[in-house]
Unconditional design. Structure first.
Length: 202
């Protein structure tokens, strides 16, 4: 055991970025969805799409913190505003009518629709058969096509992969332009503050 006289106090700070973890979760969920039986795939697809949105938001906070020393002042911006602000700082033109920005816009809308989910009434005119005893024979429930406007109904493995790929493309664009423009980007780093004083015995 080291002599107490040789011990010093050290404050170690580690900077971590969660967006890589969220990306891994999204990828895992998509792979699980591919193996799941039809009718149950939504349990993996929707979380995959959600974590792509989480990845995008975490990316914004990581890149924003690297670019703007006072990033906490911008944290109240909406997600689309953060994407625009960071892209502009890297000299990127955002056109939400073109890829990958068009899909990024879908990611943001999907995220907002879930976060602010509200009850919805779906109406559809159906032709039903009235039986002699008065009961109605027919679907009695809106067709799936009539429910597609809901965020939780507009999903597929292809859509989940599209979300994940678009977020990855924006990440690549931000990283590459940070190098071209010689501007900051998120880094994993450890800082140590060594206090040159003996550790007091308890």
């Amino acid at each position: 055991m080291a002599d107490n006289k040789n011990l010093v106090e050290a404050v170690i700070s580690v900077t971590e970025h969660d967006y890589n973890m969220f990306s891994a979760i999204s990828f895992h969920q998509i792979e699980r969805a591919k193996k799941e039986e039809n009718g149950h795939k939504f349990r993996w697809i929707i979380p995959a799409m959600v974590f792509s949105a989480f990845e995008l938001e975490a990316m914004c906070n990581s890149f924003g913190s690297a670019l703007f020393p006072q990033w906490e002042e911008y944290e109240q911006l909406k997600l689309k505003g953060k994407v625009l602000l960071i892209s502009d700082a890297y000299g990127l033109e955002v056109d939400f009518g073109k890829e990958p920005w068009q899909t990024i816009n879908e990611v943001i809308k999907f995220r907002n629709d879930l976060v602010h989910s509200k009850p919805r009434t779906i109406k559809e005119t159906q032709t039903l058969v009235k039986m002699d005893h008065g009961n109605l024979l027919g679907a009695l429930y809106p067709d799936t096509k009539a429910r597609k406007k809901a965020a939780t109904q507009n999903y597929s493995i292809e859509k989940a992969e599209q979300f994940a790929n678009a977020v990855k493309e924006v990440h690549y664009m931000w990283i590459s332009h940070s190098l071209i423009k010689q501007l900051p980007s998120p880094q994993f780093y450890i800082t140590k503050n060594i206090m040159e004083q003996d550790v007091k015995q308890s």
